[in-house]
Design a protein around this ligand. Structure first.
Ligand code: NDP
Ligand code: 13P
Length: 314
């Protein structure tokens, strides 16, 4: 059964390449002027296999299973305009963020726009460039309907992508969104010259924040400790392939960063700060990243705030 991917950015294109090993794939993008060259400038150096059909015509997305690989902050607008025509399908969110307007994760936005759809989340450690090169990794496929989760797990696993399944959609989604915020913090620690020990401390205390917020959102702790949480946190906080990490490095070093780059953690940090206030949660690292991203506080000030917090039990 063929699948479709909506969003011809780096990740949507990489997923299409991986899935094309199993059968034809339709890849939709709003600007596909590059399609004749078979190389997407969002994913340079990768030639698309012949069985990927690239289109900018949504009417050609007729598949039952559709992966949504748009940035989290663009998803709501896209669904408001086009959600009706996707209702009733299997819609798999690949976005890692929290919508700043609604403070909801992508699955909630999809369910609201497409009430008859089966909604799933595909997330975990997976740089687009690695996936497109056929390097191996393992991901989480989350869907509240256990039978649908199993069917999608089989449909979307590829020779190099090993999918584990869970019914904990909130947990999978929160892990993927929150790790981006902590990756900015880890990058900032390195960019400011605070060293590898500081980065390890940020990762660990950041993970504690991820668990705290996820628990408040009814996520299961095991999910946060899995591929979608800890797995992706480790990847993103330790690799310069990560855009969130590199953005953090620039913040920490006081350097500019290309504003056209997709950095999901910047808006998500602001959403997390708003959720922390709403839910009465103590999420100091995430809240400080929101302040840094908005230019409200300086790096040295953020460090002093963290170091001077009251001492407490781990
Ligand atoms: N890159 C990666 O390694 C990974 C990314 N992800 C996640 O995938 C999601 C997408 O990221 P990624 O592909 O890397 O981002 P990119 O920056 O590479 O691409 C974003 C794509 O989204 C398109 N787009 C943006 N807004 C809209 C809109 N309103 N309507 C239609 N298309 C739109 C852009 O189109 P245009 O080119 O016309 O601007 C572009 O093709 C993010 O949530 C990210 O966290 C997850 C795992 C790995
Ligand atoms: O989510 C990712 C890897 O799993 C990609 O991370 P970046 O968006 O930080 O590049």
């Amino acid at each position: 059964m063929s699948v479709a991917v909506i969003g011809a950015g780096a990740f949507g294109t990489a997923l299409a390449v991986s899935l094309a090993a199993k059968g034809p794939v339709t890849l939709w993008g709003r600007d596909t002027g590059w399609s004749e060259s078979r190389e997407n400038p969002r994913l340079p150096g990768v030639t698309l296999p012949a069985n990927i059909h690239v289109t900018s015509d949504l009417a050609q997305i007729t598949q039952q299973t559709v992966l949504l690989a748009l940035p989290a902050q663009s998803l709501g607008g896209f669904l408001a305009a086009e959600g009706a025509r996707l209702d009733g399908r299997n819609l798999v969110s690949c976005a890692k963020g929290i919508d700043l307007g609604t403070l909801e994760g992508p699955s909630v936005l999809i369910r609201a726009a497409c009430p008859a759809a089966i909604v799933a989340v595909l997330t975990g450690p997976s740089f687009a460039a690695d996936i497109a090169r056929g390097l191996p990794t393992a991901l989480t496929l989350a869907c509240a309907d256990a039978d649908a989760a199993k069917a999608l797990q089989h449909q979307l696993s590829t020779p190099n992508l090993r999918l584990y399944r869970t019914t904990d959609v909130a947990g999978a989604e929160m892990g993927g969104a929150l790790k981006n915020v902590i990756a900015i913090a880890a990058g900032a620690a390195i960019g400011a010259g605070y060293g590898d020990s500081a980065r390890a401390a940020v990762i660990t205390r950041g993970f504690a924040e991820m668990q705290r917020l996820a628990a408040a959102m009814q996520a299961q702790p095991e999910t946060l400790a899995g591929l979608s949480g800890l797995g992706d946190l480790v990847l993103t906080c330790t690799s310069e392939q990560s855009r969130n990490f590199r953005y953090g490095q620039a913040l920490g070093a006081g350097r500019d960063f290309d504003a056209r780059t997709t950095v999901e953690g910047a808006a998500t940090a602001r959403a997390v700060a708003a959720l922390a206030a709403r839910l009465g949660l103590d999420l100091p690292i995430s809240t400080l990243i929101a302040g840094l991203a908005e230019g409200r506080i300086a790096m040295e000030q953020a460090l002093q705030i963290l170091l001077n917090r009251p001492l407490k039990e781990e």
